[in-house]
Ligand binder design. Structure first.
Ligand SMILES: C[S@@+](CC[C@H](N)C(=O)[O-])C[C@H]1O[C@@H](n2cnc3c(N)ncnc32)[C@H](O)[C@@H]1O
Length: 301
């Protein structure tokens, strides 16, 4: 943009101001068109594939869509829309980019420490325990909890329901095979989270991969579930929904909070991600904090 602040000639100053306004109007027009393209693309994806991203956080979804445009070597969002509608392999790639599958074993060690110290004693009072990992990605979070529950002698009473909207990533989770080079960092997390043995006790190392043992998997049910379009499917003693809500806009966060609330038994416990909270959600008054720093809450009414 042109800087008019030093101009002495009032006529030149007026012209420069006019051209600045034109640039601004052009930028605004391009933004409007970009927003229309994004809306049309998301509407098309929803109508054709049933995946509803229309209420994901706008800034993040825009970045992801442009990332996909570049990956597909296209020039515009409209071109991506056309490819997505006619090419289901492109939709699979789009889903992988949009679902942001970053995760880790014992991610946020304090969260797992609180689970061991404050949630496990409450769980001991139940004869049978249902846990739901909503948005479990490639499963690291689920294996972390399975290990912890085994060490606490609770695993045989537990059924872990692990869901994600993305079938491809869920298949990886089901396999339970991870790159060996990541295990050193995970071992550190495991110990800091209060692990009682060695992480190596739970997997076999083979050809650069860590393969989790079958006895960790026996009580896990993997299933596709979309938090936006699917409803409640059981009542749970514990729900973990971590680092998922941050990708949703306010209205969608509220909808999903209601879904989670309705899926918990009374005195059931909810674990959220570091950047997430039940504050300002429609269900806030129905929860008490078990550990507000580590984002553990209990449904009190
Ligand atoms: C950043 S990962 C979080 C993984 C794990 N919960 C953690 O905290 O390490 C976000 C996950 O949410 C899933 N996700 C995004 N939108 C979803 C939706 N509408 N329904 C179910 N899962 C969704 C993505 O596929 C992705 O696997």
């Amino acid at each position: 943009m042109v800087d008019s602040s030093n101009s002495q000639d009032p006529l030149i100053g007026t012209n420069i101001q006019r051209s600045n306004q034109q640039v601004l109007r052009l930028e605004q027009r391009n933004d409007d068109i970009e927003n229309i393209e994004i809306k049309l693309l998301l509407e098309g994806v929803y109508l054709h594939y049933g995946f509803d991203f229309r209420h994901y956080a706008p800034a993040s979804i825009k970045r992801r869509i442009w990332h996909c445009v570049r990956e597909e070597k296209l020039n515009s969002i409209s071109a991506l829309q056309e490819r997505l509608l006619y090419n289901s392999a492109c939709m699979e790639r789009f889903l992988l980019i949009l679902s942001i599958n970053v995760t880790a074993l014992f991610r946020d060690v304090g969260f797992y420490r609180v689970f061991r110290e404050k949630i496990v004693p409450r769980l001991r009072t139940y004869p049978f325990i249902r846990i739901w990992h909503a948005g479990c990605s490639s499963g690291e979070e689920v294996y972390s909890l399975a290990i912890l529950l085994q060490e606490e002698g609770l695993y045989d009473r537990v059924r872990l329901y692990a869901t994600d909207m993305n079938e491809v990533i869920l298949a990886r989770a089901r396999d339970g095979i991870y790159p060996l080079e990541k295990m050193m960092a995970y071992e550190k997390n495991y110990r800091s989270a209060g692990g009682k043995k060695a992480l190596t006790d739970y997997y076999t190392a083979q050809y650069g991969r860590a393969i989790f043992h079958g006895n960790l998997k026996k009580n896990i049910v993997w299933s596709q579930h979309n938090l936006v379009t699917d409803g409640s499917f059981n009542e749970f003693h514990v729900i973990l929904c971590r680092n998922v809500l941050i990708y949703f806009d306010q209205s969608l966060q509220e909808r999903v909070h209601k879904l989670l609330y309705n899926s918990l038994i009374t005195f059931g416990m909810l674990g959220l991600g570091q950047m997430e909270s039940i504050r300002f959600s429609p269900c806030e008054a129905n929860y008490g904090a078990i550990d507000s720093l580590e984002k553990w809450y209990s449904k009190i009414r």
